[in-house]
Design a protein around this ligand. Structure first.
Ligand code: B12
Length: 220
């Protein structure tokens, strides 16, 4: 067991480093190796690639990496996800509920939102991903059309966080607010902010978000 655990840790470390080193040529091979070794695909995302993205973010803030590196890190992560997604989907068969997710208007950051969407899918939710730069009207329209259990919003910019509040207002005006639970996430989001704008929860990270959404549908 100890050897297995070490093998798992080594592989996850290599995957983290591949993201940090923008090693787009090897990321798929490493992800494949990890799932073949029996590491759950969600763990490869959360304990491997997402940890690498954290470091990339820190390097950007320290002016060691610039925009080109950020984009490359995002592309590297997307390549890895191509290998992992089939395994994430295969996991659970029972559908737990429906979630409409998107990054709010004016905001193009989608790496975290995509991780959340992928983990929600693998947990058994039907996820309707509206993409990035989603206006309040588009959220309202998607809720009307799909009657989801949950609306999930992502924002990475302090300047676009306010669009979450605008979306909630628009849902209220459309008479749809009470038909859904609302969860928000992204680096600048806090539970205090969620409370202030009338969301039901703020997710610390994608795994926390999945647990919150699961608790909501199990209470129904
Ligand atoms: C990558 C990146 C980019 C990439 C985005 C690529 C992409 N496809 O997403 C590019 C290069 C395009 C970019 C552009 C910009 N960026 Co930028 N970017 C980042 C960076 C380095 C990392 C973000 C990231 O992907 N992190 C990794 C993911 C995994 O983490 P995450 O998003 O937080 O998600 C996790 C959780 O928050 C959670 N989560 C997220 N959303 C949701 C939603 C739900 C429902 C749930 C449950 C969970 C959840 O799950 C994830 C995993 O646990 C951050 C710095 C940082 N350290 O955060 C800056 C950062 C966010 N960017 C910043 C800025 C300023 C910009 C630009 C304005 C730069 C410019 N001058 O052009 C533009 C804005 C473009 C726009 N209109 O959106 C600032 C924001 C400052 C602020 N306070 O508002 C930051 C903080 C950098 C900085 N320190 O200055 N950026």
């Amino acid at each position: 067991m100890m050897v297995e655990k070490r093998c798992e840790d080594d592989l996850l470390e290599k995957i983290k480093e591949a993201i940090v080193n923008l090693d787009i040529d090897n990321i798929q091979k490493l992800c494949k190796e990890a799932v073949d070794a029996g590491i759950p695909a969600y763990k490869v995302v959360t304990d491997g690639m997402a940890k690498g993205m954290d470091i990339v973010g820190q390097k950007y803030e320290a002016n060691e990496y610039f925009l080109a590196e950020l984009i490359m890190a995002g592309e590297t992560m997307k390549e890895g996800m191509k290998v992992l997604e089939p395994y994430l989907k295969a996991g659970k068969m029972k559908r737990l509920g429906k979630i409409v997710i998107g990054t709010v208007r004016g905001d193009l950051h989608d790496i975290g939102k995509n991780i959340a969407a992928t983990l929600l899918r693998s947990a058994g939710f039907d996820v309707i991903d509206l993409g990035v730069d989603v206006s309040p009207e588009q959220f309202v329209e998607a809720v009307r059309r799909n009657s989801p259990d949950v609306v999930a919003m992502s924002a990475l910019l302090t300047t676009t966080m306010t669009e979450m509040e605008n979306t909630i207002k628009a849902l209220k005006e459309a008479g749809l607010r009470d038909k859904v639970k609302i969860i928000i996430g992204g680096a600048p989001i806090t539970p205090e902010y969620a409370e202030k704008i009338g969301a039901d929860a703020a997710a610390k990270d994608a795994v926390d978000g999945v647990n919150i959404c699961k608790s909501w549908v199990s209470k129904k």
